[in-house]
Every structure is written in structure tokens, then in C-alpha cells.
Design a protein around this ligand. Structure first.
Ligand SMILES: Nc1nc2c(c(=O)[nH]1)N[C@H]1C(S)=C(S)[C@@H](COP(=O)(O)O)O[C@H]1N2
Ligand SMILES: [Mo]
Length: 247
């Protein structure tokens, strides 16, 4: 039986492959663009957001995984964490939780882990496949006794662009998704500074800009309205990126 999701993906896949062939007429191109927008909105409403992102094998790993956006947070605090191998670094989990927590990197590594080989798709037009190991976010949120009032999980990062801090947010469907992990290991090595040391988010059904690097604090909130520009992320606030970045 062909599931509803399969049918929808099939339809948009057809549209995209058509797009490669018929791109000369401006009218055709406009219709195709509208179709893609409609299918994205439709996807958010009716597809199974709990479905897994594709996983790959070690043979598929990208020989070079690009570093994008910030590659070294410039705060002195971050520099001191790098200098002592993140031994004093602590992740804070707070906001709408019954039991706020601070966790060391060692504690995160001692928790149950998940490893996955997935593809990162950046809106700038490149993709790379990497192997990630980390702690399922759902497990930490349950330990922290996430409140019923929480609707979003906000990730506060150590870096900034022109002194505007980087942050991102996801809803509870993505937060509780089995492939959503706080990764401390990339391609079986400690997560390099360029890729977000000591931990970065992997939220595999979402585009690259959701994969927050340099996470320092996780905050559960009922609304995104009070967080920085209110649109749920650095790029959403400053560059018009959509908050929903599902793929
Ligand atoms: N803290 C932080 N997270 C970030 C970024 C950033 O600049 N700072 N860039 C985002 C973008 S646009 C992408 S594509 C990926 C890049 O991750 P990579 O450097 O590991 O390839 O991280 C995302 N997360
Ligand atoms: Mo990106």
C-alpha cells in the first residue's frame, strides 16, 4: 500500500525532477516555484513529522565536511573552555522544567548514546554526510521534567554575528524525535571546534541552520515571542529564514 506520505513525496519529487528539465519558460518556472512552496506548506501540515531522516553507511561519509557560519566563538569564556578541553564546561537546561539541570561533558558522554550517519543540507546549496554520536535530547528533557506548558526548546550558543548571539529553536515534535541528539562526537572523533564543540544539535529532519553549534544553554519556553527578535532563531530574526525548516 502506498502511504499518504509516500504519495506526497512522490508528487513533489516529480515536480523537482520536472524542474530540472523545464526551466526555460518564466511562467513554467513561476508555477513550479509556487508548487514547491505549496508542497512545503502541505508537508508541514500532513506528513508524519516523526518519520526518520535517511541514514547512510560509513562508505557514504563525505571526505570533507564543510565548516559553515561561525567556526570559532570569540568570547574569552569560550577560549578558556577550549584551553582546558571543556573540563569545566557545563550545559544548562532550564526554563519551563521541573528540575533544572547542569551537566558536564563527562555526564553527557556517560548517558545513553545514539550514533547516526546523516546528511546535512544547507540552504546555501551544499550537503555533507557525517557520523554523529550524542545523547537523545528527549532523554534529557524527560530527566529535567519538561513542563506541560513548554512548546519550544531554545538553544543558546556561545557565538555571535556582530555581537548578536546565535540561537535556534525547535518544537516538541522535533525535540522528542528519536534522531534529535546533542552530538559531542563527529566521525568518531571529539566534535571539532569548527563544527560546534563541545556539543551541537543534530535535528535531522531540518535544514543546516537549525543544527545549532556551541550550545551553552537549553531553555524550554511556551512562546518564542520573548526570545531576542521573537522569530525563533538568529537567521529567522535577521535574514528572513523560515522558522520551520523541515526536510
Ligand atoms: N552556533 C552556530 N550554529 C550554527 C551556525 C553558526 O554560525 N553558529 N551555522 C549554521 C549553518 S547555516 C549550518 S549550514 C551549519 C553548519 O555546520 P557545520 O559548520 O558543522 O557544517 O550549522 C548551523 N549552526
Ligand atoms: Mo546553512
Amino acid at each position: 500500500m502506498i502511504s499518504r506520505r509516500g504519495a506526497l513525496i512522490g508528487a513533489s519529487g516529480l515536480l523537482l525532477s520536472g524542474c530540472e528539465r523545464i526551466t526555460t519558460s518564466p511562467t513554467v518556472r513561476k508555477v513550479l516555484t509556487l508548487g514547491e512552496k505549496a508542497s512545503l506548506t502541505g508537508q508541514r501540515l500532513v506528513t508524519d513529522r516523526n518519520a526518520l531522516a535517511p541514514e547512510f553507511t560509513r562508505a557514504d561519509l563525505s571526505p570533507r565536511f564543510r565548516v559553515n557560519g561561525n567556526y570559532l566563538p570569540k568570547s574569552p569564556i569560550y577560549a578558556s573552555h577550549v584551553a582546558n578541553g571543556f573540563a569545566d564546561w557545563k550545559l544548562e537546561i532550564g526554563g519551563l522544567v521541573g528540575r533544572p539541570m547542569t551537566l558536564t561533558l563527562a555526564q553527557l558522554k556517560a548517558a545513553p548514546q545514539r550514533t547516526q550517519i546523516t546528511r546535512q543540507d544547507c540552504v546555501e546549496g551544499w550537503s555533507a554526510i557525517g557520523e554523529w554520536t550524542g545523547v537523545p535530547l528527549a532523554l534529557l528533557l524527560r530527566q529535567a521534567k519538561l513542563s506541560d506548558k513548554a512548546q519550544y526548546i531554545v538553544f543558546h550558543c556561545a557565538d555571535d554575528f556582530s555581537d548578536i548571539p546565535y540561537y535556534e529553536s525547535i518544537d516538541l515534535i522535533d525535540a522528542m524525535h528519536p534522531q534529535t541528539i546533542l552530538a559531542h562526537t563527529m566521525n568518531r572523533q571529539p566534535l571539532p571546534v569548527g563544527h560546534g564543540a563541545p556539543i551541537r544539535l543534530r535535528v535531522e529532519r531540518a535544514l543546516g541552520y537549525k543544527q545549532a553549534k556551541y550550545i551553552m544553554r537549553i531553555e524550554a519556553v511556551a512562546s518564542l515571542a520573548g526570545i531576542y527578535g521573537g522569530k525563533g532563531g538568529y537567521w529567522e530574526d535577521h535574514s528572513g529564514y523560515q522558522w520551520f525548516a523541515g526536510i
